[in-house]
Design a protein around this ligand. Structure first.
Ligand code: PRT
Ligand code: MG
Length: 214
């Protein structure tokens, strides 16, 4: 059989995807949470895992360096394009993409009056698209993390960020003012692999679908 490679990322996705892989009968040969290895064999002889940065998963899959990948919908929306198949909502690592601002600004702010916004975010493409669709102009400040800090230090008034429990926003005096998208991790596939390795991939995708409860 042709070998199959699944791209995963460290952090939240890996923690939540490992139990799902186990239910699908895919056990890593060593614990990817601890190992420094970037390519890890599994209990299925022809299936390997590669462990990469979350934002790199769509790139590896699009260029065929991995046949399958697991990536957050946030990462997929930001990556854009139509280079991949989004096969399956795994319903893990769930959160929401939101616009947030300081609570004291929200007291007198009306999102229906917005015409131009200065926004700090890790998601410039998604943010620009969301507001452009509503006729709102944006000045976007690209950050790589800790967006919640930006309004506190005067970088901007508003941020676009992922919210899970809401604890991080609350701890920093911020509130959610607009919902952009519900987010969860998706199984994605390389388009050429879906043709060339159809039978083995179909089997693997079915196992993962059952393990995800769908
Ligand atoms: O760490 P690295 O830069 O390599 O990548 P990463 O930060 O993208 O990895 P990771 O593991 O943090 O996130 C991977 C994926 O998990 C994201 O792409 C999302 O699809 C998903 N996910 C689910 C989340 C959250 N929930 C989440 N709450 N990613 C990040 N957060 C952060 C959020 O940005 C905010 O800072 O958690 C904070 C808010 O959490 P609450 O619970 O306080 O609201
Ligand atoms: Mg992170």
């Amino acid at each position: 059989m042709l070998p199959l490679t699944i791209a995963l990322s460290k952090g939240r996705i890996l923690e939540e995807v490992l139990p799902l892989l186990a239910r699908a009968g895919i056990e890593p040969a060593e614990n990817p949470l601890e190992s420094r290895k970037l390519v890890i064999a599994t209990s299925l002889p022809d299936v390997n895992l590669v462990i990469i940065r979350a934002a790199d998963v769509p790139t590896y899959v699009q260029y065929g360096a991995a046949d399958l990948g697991v990536a957050g919908k946030d990462v997929l929306m930001e990556y854009g394009g139509d280079g991949l198949y989004e096969l399956l909502d795994l319903k893990i690592a769930a959160c929401r993409l939101m616009v947030a601002e300081p609570a004291r600004l929200a007291e007198r702010d009306d999102p229906r009056q917005w015409t131009r916004l200065r926004i700090a975010t890790k998601y410039p493409m998604t943010t620009r698209r969301h507001f452009a669709d509503k006729g709102i102009q944006t000045d976007i400040i690209k950050l790589y993390g800790s967006m919640e800090l930006a309004p506190l230090v005067g970088l901007c008034d508003r941020i676009v960020d992922l919210v899970g429990t809401g604890k991080t926003l609350r701890a920093n005096g911020l509130v959610e003012v607009e919902h952009i998208a519900n987010i969860s991790a998706w199984l994605v596939a390389n388009k050429a692999s879906m043709k060339m390795k159809h039978a083995p991939l179909k089997g693997l995708v079915q196992r993962l679908g059952q393990a995800a409860g769908g």
